[in-house]
Design a protein around this ligand. Structure first.
Ligand code: PSV
Ligand code: MN
Length: 424
């Protein structure tokens, strides 16, 4: 389904007076609002094709109804999100969960909805039904060269699909590692993985990037062969200038200082992109900003500072993507909330008075530095997000409109109650 633009206009008209009042108030108090609104209009966050259905855990899955049954329906769902917020203008495919067999048709459908294809993701963490060799003991790290070659070939195929769709990056996340001490020779596993990554890197089209995603644990519980940002950085450095580290917020050990990691990767020109989510314990894949919005703000604070120092384009120089799983919420509602949380943190970080912060840092004025950060963090920037949406032709209150229009009910009527999307 698509939303009739007249319905968006009617929704906006009904909320305009209240919105204008809040925006004027904020504009009176802050001189940067026009700049922030402009930046917000440009800033897009890719939606992963695997997050449009219900996830579940190893203990069970509770279907939500109306889930997309095909890649086309997933693209239509992202189109719906984008109509509502004009901030989700890209989709990231996970292959083979979503194989774009008819690339021309898929590309045309996405273009019709104003969507681009973000990074493509390979999957060598599961065995597929007709796969010859198993990834039980790893893929790119495997002791058997034939398994490694199979995993390399899969990545090359993913690049081929991505190229046909107009993507310009591949994200490689490996579940490779070991569950028990003694299982793996760490050095040899690293060397084999590097060699395999080199074969994939060699096949990257010009202008493409390779994102190497790290993860502290799960599914391997003793060691992960790309277990932290240091290891990812090592691979990326050895591979060459097209290889970058990808930071997934849920992939750290508890209490990791992610904002510091981000700052240093940016300094080295090796930060490639993000997978946004939130967590309390591990890789919980919860809605962005639902547990720790201050940390998200601090991460964006480093991102903006670091990108500006390198004269980078906030919207296009890094890959911005959500990576989440929805167990109890409607996936579309959850994604609307995640996008909102990301843009709130981004807008707040644009409000940080950098000159003043720098002065406070130089003077070792710790209290003042904290005040400056928290002044920005405690600013309610939601009217700026709403204004950016209004200017872009989206809804002032996307979630409210989603509910008013009973989008999920319509999707269930179209697709049925017991559909299951491919993915997590
Ligand atoms: C692994 O936990 C991960 O973060 C990787 O990005 C995967 O591609 C994704 O989740 C889906 O399983
Ligand atoms: Mn991820």
């Amino acid at each position: 389904m698509e939303i009739d633009p007249i319905q968006i206009d009617a929704h906006n008209a009904s909320l305009l007076k209240q919105h204008t009042r809040k925006l004027q108030q904020l504009t009176r108090e802050n001189s940067r609002t026009q700049y922030v609104i402009r930046k917000l209009v440009e800033f897009q966050i890719a939606i992963p094709s695997w997050a449009l259905g219900t996830g579940g855990t190893r203990f069970g899955r509770f279907a939500g109804g109306g889930e997309p049954r095909t890649l086309e329906e997933k693209i239509l769902d992202v189109g719906l999100l984008h109509q509502l917020n004009k901030s989700s203008g890209a989709i990231s495919l996970h292959i083979p969960w979503d194989i774009p067999t008819h690339t021309k048709k898929i590309k045309a459908l996405a273009a019709d909805l104003g969507l681009k294809f973000d990074a493509v993701n390979s999957n060598t963490f599961q065995d597929q039904p007709h796969q010859k060799l198993s990834y039980k003991f790893g893929s790119l790290q495997h002791v058997n060269a034939k398994v490694r070659q199979q995993a390399i070939d899969h990545n090359l195929e993913v690049i081929k699909y991505g190229k046909a769709l107009g993507s310009n990056a591949i994200t490689v996340w490996l579940s490779d590692g070991s569950c028990f001490p003694g299982q793996l020779n760490f050095r040899k596993a690293f060397e084999r993985t590097l060699e395999s990554l080199q074969a994939i890197y060699a096949a990257l089209p010009s202008q493409w990037k390779m994102f190497i995603e790290y993860k502290a644990f799960e599914p391997n519980f003793y060691s992960m062969t790309v277990g932290d940002w240091g290891q990812s950085y090592l691979y990326a450095s050895k591979l060459g200038p097209k290889a970058y580290t990808l930071v997934d917020l849920g992939h750290h050990l508890p209490h990791a200082n992610i904002e510091q990691i981000v700052a240093l990767l940016l300094m080295e020109g090796k930060l490639g992109g993000f997978h946004f989510n939130d967590s309390k314990y591990g890789d919980d894949d919860l809605t962005v900003g639902s547990i720790n919005p201050y940390q998200l703000f601090l991460i964006f604070n480093e991102l903006v500072e670091g990108m500006d120092a390198r004269h980078m384009n906030h919207a296009t120089n890094l890959g911005w993507m959500i990576d989440a799983s929805h167990n109890v919420k409607d996936p579309l509602e959850d994604l609307l909330q995640s996008v909102e949380a990301i843009k709130i943190a981004y807008a707040q970080s644009l409000l940080v008075d950098r000159r003043e912060l720098n002065r406070a840092q130089q003077a070792n004025d710790v209290a003042r530095a904290q005040e400056i950060l928290q002044q920005a963090f405690r600013t309610d920037v939601r009217p700026l997000l709403a204004e950016a949406r209004l200017q872009a032709g989206a809804a002032l209150q996307p979630l409210q409109l989603f509910r008013q229009l009973q989008v999920r009910r319509q999707l269930i009527a179209e697709r049925g109650k017991n559909t299951q999307a491919t993915g997590l």
